[in-house]
Design a protein around this ligand. Structure first.
Ligand SMILES: [Zn+2]
Length: 149
């Protein structure tokens, strides 16, 4: 059996399309009281089961069993798979990778927003400081005028 590292090394992420990643849905299940993520992958052909639900394969990973998939290839331990895992595993890994990148992007956006806000605040402060000086100047100008009586 190929190790997870070997399987990961065999995944060609450039071959995974956005449509394929779109077929992957992350979910969680409780294993020994811990929430463990797994992926449900819609079958590529869009085949429905007898209830009219799209058939999904479940891709899981744990240190003991490595990657597993409930599809036919997965049930045979990926024995007939070219890259030691079925395509669903590749998609699930690509989806999880995309997700962490998306999260990283969000974090980056937040960081940039923070920078923008602090720059804005600085500009505002400078503006108000300028405004304050102008008001002081105006006040002292009027104060300097002889009172009309
Ligand atoms: Zn599979």
């Amino acid at each position: 059996m190929a190790t997870a590292t070997q399987i990961l090394a065999n995944i060609d992420f450039t071959q995974v399309t956005p449509e394929q990643i779109g077929k992957c849905h992350k979910a969680f299940e409780l294993v020994d009281g811990k929430a463990v993520p797994f992926y449900l992958i819609e079958n590529e052909a869009g085949t429905l089961d007898q209830d009219g639900e799209i058939i999904e394969y479940k891709v899981t990973y744990d240190t003991k069993h490595g990657f597993r998939c409930t599809c036919k290839a997965g049930q045979h331990g990926f024995a007939n798979c070219k890259n030691s895992a079925c395509k669903h595993v590749g998609w699930a890994v690509a989806a999880s990778r995309e997700e962490s990148e998306a999260l990283a992007e969000l974090a980056l956006e937040d960081a940039q927003q923070d920078v923008k806000t602090s720059v804005l605040t600085k500009t505002e402060k400078a503006f108000y400081r300028g405004e304050e000086k102008r008001q002081q100047a105006t006040a002292s100008f009027f104060a300097g005028l002889p009172s009309r009586q």
